[in-house]
Write a protein that binds this ligand. Structure first.
Ligand SMILES: NC(=O)c1ccc[n+]([C@@H]2O[C@H](COP(=O)([O-])OP(=O)(O)OC[C@H]3O[C@@H](n4cnc5c(N)ncnc54)[C@H](O)[C@@H]3O)[C@@H](O)[C@H]2O)c1
Length: 310
């Protein structure tokens, strides 16, 4: 867990459902911020969660957790968007597109009015297309709008590789890039630990890539939604922004010629700091991975067009 309280830091979470509250709870426990504001169209739900979390203060240290409205967000340095519908059993993330695009658009308009300087971190699915919607609808610079992208998938990927090798996942350097969804691309060519290439056979690779890709579906089949690991991911990214960490994270960003791709948002490794995305990295990939990432971009572009959002 990261160190002490970051002083005078205000974070807002829009959407106090399972994901938003898991993120708020992790941020409280990890002392990521001194103020956590919960905004939900169901104001009493936000209030109930804020009251519940406040009772943890005596044990974890003082932080102000409150239900809020958009008008209260002027001081928020980071605003997390976790509002909107989640997948039901058998649905893909792309099935959520139309409804959640309307929700994200209305939230981004409110944020431009009330928190124009904040870094916006989008978690609502399908996160890649909704990050693009947010970038197009907002007046803030694109570097200040980020999607959680394949950060969660990469965490799952590293956990599975670590388990296979008997090495801590924290020491595994490996990324899943492209869509946070079914066309995601595990980057085996660059997976390493301690400078040693991760050298697994085809069967092991297929098993790990499949388990990474279908993880959400498997969890939803059992508990109905996913929230805990994405809550940890969101808290981790918020801290990286507030502390100006400048670490590398696979995040949803607009591509501007990387892999010869444009007019699409999807995950590439990015350097993340206080001002948002500082640099989009273009790792050396093998030909199959490049082709798979172009296919992933095509999937996203077609879904965006089919929903009338392009
Ligand atoms: N990015 C990821 O890796 C990842 C992982 C898991 C879930 N998700 C996504 O996160 C989103 C939230 O999932 P959940 O399980 O928390 O859903 P949920 O139904 O538990 O919560 C959604 C909340 O959003 C609120 N809401 C809806 N419209 C709103 C608006 N216009 N303004 C303010 N609040 C509004 C609802 O009242 C509800 O409290 C889903 O789209 C889900 O697919 C993303």
């Amino acid at each position: 867990m990261a160190g002490g309280m970051i002083q005078s830091r205000s974070v807002a979470v829009v959407g106090a459902g399972s994901v938003g509250v898991a993120a708020a709870s992790t941020m409280l426990v990890q002392k990521t911020a001194s103020e956590i504001l919960l905004v939900d169209k169901d104001a009493s739900r936000a209030e109930g969660h804020a009251m519940d979390l406040m009772h943890g203060q005596a044990l974890v240290g003082r932080a102000d957790v409150r239900a809020a409205s958009f008008a209260d967000l002027a001081a928020a340095q980071v605003v997390v968007i976790a509002a909107g519908r989640n997948q039901k059993k058998g649905e893909s993330r792309l099935d959520l597109l139309r409804g959640n695009a309307e929700i994200v658009t209305s939230i981004v308009e409110e944020l431009d009015r009330h928190a124009p300087e904040a870094i916006v971190l989008v978690a609502t699915n399908p996160v890649d297309i909704l990050t693009r919607v947010a970038v197009k609808r907002s007046r803030r610079p694109a570097a200040r709008i980020i999607g959680t992208g394949t950060t969660l998938d990469s965490a799952r990927f590293r956990a599975l590789i670590g388990a296979e090798l008997g090495v801590s996942p924290r020491s595994i350097h490996a990324y899943v890039l492209g869509e946070h969804g079914d066309s995601q691309v595990p980057i085996w060519s660059q997976a390493s630990f301690g400078g040693v290439k991760v050298d697994l056979d085809g069967t092991q690779r297929t098993r790990i890539a499949d388990a990474t890709r279908t993880a959400a579906r498997e969890i939803i089949a059992r508990k109905g939604y996913t929230d805990l690991a994405i809550g940890i991911v969101i808290a981790h990214l918020v801290r990286a922004i507030l502390a100006d960490e400048r670490g590398v994270h696979p995040l949803t960003v607009p591509l501007e010629g990387q892999l010869d791709l444009r007019n699409v948002c999807m995950s590439m490794p990015c350097i993340l700091g206080r001002e948002g995305i500082m640099r989009v990295l273009e790792p050396k990939l093998d030909a199959e991975e490049v082709a798979a990432l172009r296919t992933s971009a095509g999937v996203l572009q077609r879904a965006e067009r089919a929903a009338g959002l392009a």
